[in-house]
Design a binder for this molecule. Sequence first.
Ligand SMILES: [Zn+2]
Length: 125
Amino acid sequence: MDPPAYDQLDGSAPAARYPHQQTPMADPLKSANVHTQEPPSLQTTVIITGQQVGPDPTTISCPSCRATVVTRLEYETTTKTHLCAGLLCLFLCWPCAFVPYCSTACRDANHYCPNCGSFIGTYRK
Ligand SMILES: [Zn+2]
C-alpha cells in the first residue's frame, strides 16, 4: 500500500520536469514573404547620338525640326590636322604645311541643320 518510491527517479529523469509546452509562434517572415515579381521592362530606349553622315552635305531628315534638309557643313580643326601639318612640315616642304588647314581632308565635318541650326552628326576621317 505504500506509494512508489520516487527516490530512484531523482536525477535519473530530470527531463520530466521540463514543461513540454510548444508555443506555436507565427513566423513573421512567412507573412512578410511577399514575392514582388516585376516583369522585365521591355522598354528600349534608342538614343541617337549622331546620324551617319558623310564628308559631303547630306540630305537628311532633321531630328529636331523634322524637316528634310541638306546639312550645313562646318569643318573642325582637330589634332589630326596639326599632325598632318607637322608631318608635311617635316618631310615635305614647309609651304605645304598650311594645306591641312585649308583642305577638308584632315578635319572633321560637323553637320548642322540649316533650318534650325541643331547639330546632326560628325563625319570623322
Ligand atoms: Zn532642323
